[in-house]
Design a protein around this ligand. Structure first.
Ligand code: GLN
Length: 470
């Protein structure tokens, strides 16, 4: 078995037993990347290798919107071309403090994390390792594809409306969006600040727990980070779901859910039932508003966050003899089509006369969506749904229809609006051999329940051991 095929916890064991070294692991990853990344295209600017003296522990691959000191961080946008942050995001500092390192290569993503397929990247799309004609999901498509293709041991992504969980589901790996505030956003280039969270994409649940242990915690540099004790999440890796009460929201099993995905999800629920969990149908009545509410709030916040990219401080600057022209040209040439669409939408929703009708209304419905979850969690330990209504779709299939694309996050968006944690784990395949993901949603700060349910399911199934043939 090549080192790059192993999980982080297996490699930690090997390092402790003096059977391998961090240098060997990096060498094995580089070999794999050289052989396979021309097809997968998970990494961008692949010339930036880590300085060998900085290699330690298990290298983590990082999404291109997380600041890495001295390494390009461009959000896969032309507007940030050449931007090298002078500091590390808090998560990178925490990875170093835990004895690990950043691999040195950055992962592909939809420009500014706006998308569900990684097709909005300035560098072109990433391909799904299970079927190279399909998308890997998005926006953390590079993160998910690199882990699934064994071009990364583990990776970090960001999730504003599903961008960790949906690509994890499309690529057959584990992805966690922690509770809002569990992980510092300092150094994560903001998309929608009230929704964004950094989280792990890994080959199994144990690695997700390990990486969550490392990146969690209060940070004085992020005023929204929560000051509370961090449990050791590996203690929640308990193979037992006896008498846990799990809700199945009826609003998620309706039209639009692909019949094959539905079948696979129902079989997984059956499996957990046989392992002793108690299931009951529940209702999240405001689910139908999640997508419209998200696209008002997320674009409103994005239009404000992206105002700083004007050619003065960061990255790309268009040629011009006059300042106002320079701002205009930089933004016109630097941003891609989807980014422009969202800046326009968000600016409109915040404009005088429309603020109350759209933005304020969306905030109110957001509260109702959160209350739906609070009500269910009074009687239930967690909620289970499919992660996405379909398996991976073909590259190009939805690019002409933004609304269709937006619907691929219908099951993931509510967790961000409510601020609650949610995990996606592999639970089967479609007839065409594409992975399907199961989502477990939990109470605020109750990642422990998610790890327990996910671990139990994983220990009693083989899905996480399947590898794509590349
Ligand atoms: N796909 C959603 C969007 O396009 C979510 C993206 C994300 O979580 N970053 O906004």
């Amino acid at each position: 078995m090549e080192l790059n095929n192993l999980t982080a916890h297996e490699l930690i064991q090997k390092i402790n037993n003096k059977e391998t070294t961090p240098q060997d692991i990096v060498a094995s990853l580089h070999k794999r990347i050289k052989e396979k990344d021309a097809q997968v295209k998970a990494y961008v600017r692949s010339d930036e290798l880590i300085d060998p003296t900085h290699i330690a522990g298990i290298p983590v691959s990082i999404k291109d919107n997380i600041c890495t000191d001295g390494y390009n961080t461009e959000c896969c946008s032309k507007v940030l071309e050449g931007f090298k942050p002078p500091y590390n995001a808090t998560v990178i500092e925490k990875i170093k403090a835990a004895g690990h390192s950043f691999l040195g290569l950055k992962l592909n993503m939809d420009e500014f994390a706006f998308g569900s397929s990684t097709e909005n990247s300035h560098f072109g799309p990433t391909h799904n390792p299970w079927n190279l004609n399909c998308v890997p999901g998005g926006s953390s498509g590079g993160s998910a594809a690199s882990v699934a293709a064994d071009e990364a041991i583990w990776a970090l992504g960001s999730d504003t409306g599903g961008s960790i969980r949906q690509p994890a589901s499309f690529c057959g790996i584990v992805g966690l969006k922690p509770t809002y505030g569990r992980v510092s956003r300092f150094g994560l280039i903001a998309f929608a600040s009230s929704l964004d969270q950094i989280g792990p994409l890994t080959k199994d649940v144990r690695d997700a727990a390990l990486l969550t242990n490392i990146i969690s915690g209060h940070d004085a540099n992020d005023s929204t980070s929560i000051n509370c004790a961090i449990p050791d999440f590996t203690k929640s890796l308990i193979n037992d779901v006896h008498s846990l009460k799990i809700g199945i929201p009826k609003e998620y099993f309706v039209e639009g859910l692909d019949p094959e995905v539905k079948k696979v999800a129902e079989e997984s629920i059956e499996k957990l039932k046989n392992l002793g969990a108690q299931f009951k149908e529940v209702s999240l009545p405001h689910t139908e508003y999640a997508v419209p509410v998200y696209y008002i709030i997320a674009t409103a916040e994005a239009s404000s966050n992206l105002a700083r990219f004007d050619g003065v401080q960061y990255g790309f600057r268009a040629d011009s003899s006059n300042l106002i022209e320079m701002y205009k040209k930089t933004r016109a040439q630097g941003f891609g089509e989807e980014v422009k669409r969202r800046i326009l939408l968000g600016t409109f929703a915040l404009s005088h006369g429309y603020y109350d009708a759209y933005y304020l209304k969306a905030l109110k419905v957001r509260t109702l969506i959160k209350q739906d979850f609070d009500n269910v969690f009074k009687d239930f330990d967690c909620i289970i749904t499919p992660t996405s209504p379909t398996a991976a779709f073909e590259i190009g299939e939805k690019t002409d229809d933004p609304l269709k694309m937006y619907l691929s996050d219908i099951y993931t968006i509510s967790a961000n609006l409510a601020g609650i944690p949610a995990i996606s784990l592999p639970c089967g395949f479609t007839k065409k051999g594409l992975p399907v993901g199961l989502q477990v949603l939990g109470k605020h700060l109750d990642e422990e329940m998610l790890f327990r349910v996910a671990y139990t399911y994983e220990q009693n199934t083989e899905w996480h051991k399947m590898k794509p043939k590349l």
